[in-house]
Design a protein around this ligand. Structure first.
Ligand SMILES: Nc1ncnc2c1ncn2[C@@H]1O[C@H](COP(=O)(O)OP(=O)(O)OP(=O)(O)O)[C@@H](O)[C@H]1O
Ligand SMILES: [Mg+2]
Length: 212
């Protein structure tokens, strides 16, 4: 069982988008997938509720509810969607749930500044410091060849954490959010570039480098 968390203290950085797309990717690979929503906002659970039962199954756990049960041990992948705004002991506690952690960052000065502080803090959490959890970064909602993207690229390249990929700003993610779909479940011709941009994420989460 692999536990993969998507987290960033900054709201709206793409945690739910990455978590749901990753869950949908593994589901299409016939893996047993559990999507754990740790955010009382419940966006991952809303995505799952919109998902057609004809699609590859994903089990949802609304972990923010007291009645929530833990994921079944027979799951291949447990994808955890974290809430924004976590710091201090709440952050250290939640980080303990994951072996692999993805941090999406948006190309904006405010997001990069907040990400710098967040990365410094998460690196100090016991799990990460003791190598019980591995971190990676990704640029989200980016437009190639814009100055702010190159600033983000430069910033993420200097964090001493793997910087995996850039995901473009794309309507596919917005439509997918509404329909309970991931880009790997949409028309391949339309989502070719998005699929390509996801390859480094898929490769990293499957590799030993992303595991403690
Ligand atoms: N690569 C992308 N292209 C286009 N839209 C995107 C992309 N990534 C995220 N979005 C959109 O940006 C908004 C915020 O994304 P998302 O909800 O995934 O962020 P979040 O970090 O989970 O937010 P919160 O902190 O509120 O939980 C959503 O409307 C989502 O559809
Ligand atoms: Mg979210």
């Amino acid at each position: 069982m692999r536990n993969i968390m998507v987290i960033n203290s900054k709201g709206g950085s793409g945690k739910t988008t990455i978590a749901t797309n990753l869950a949908s990717y593994f589901a299409t690979q016939n893996k047993k997938v559990v999507l754990v929503d740790l955010d009382p906002q419940g966006s991952s659970m809303a995505w799952l509720a919109a998902r057609s039962p004809a699609r590859s199954p994903i089990q949802g756990i609304a972990a923010f509810k007291k009645s929530a049960k833990p994921p079944s041990r027979s799951a291949d992948y447990v994808i955890l969607d974290a809430p924004a705004g976590l710091h201090g002991t709440a952050l250290s506690k939640i980080v303990r749930k994951a072996q692999t952690i993805l941090i999406p960052v948006l190309p904006s000065p405010i997001d990069m500044r907040a990400a710098g502080d967040f990365i410094a803090e998460i690196k100090k959490s016991a799990s990460v410091a003791n190598k019980k959890a591995k971190l990676a970064l990704l640029a989200n909602r980016s437009r190639d060849f814009t100055n702010i993207y190159w600033e983000l690229d430069e910033f993420l390249s200097h964090q001493r954490i793997p910087f995996l990929t850039m995901l473009r700003d794309s309507q596919h993610y917005i439509r997918g959010a509404d329909r309970g779909l991931g880009i790997f479940e949409m028309a391949p011709a339309a989502t070719d570039l998005d699929r390509e941009q996801w390859q480094p994420i898929v490769k990293w989460v499957k590799s030993k480098r992303s595991q403690p």
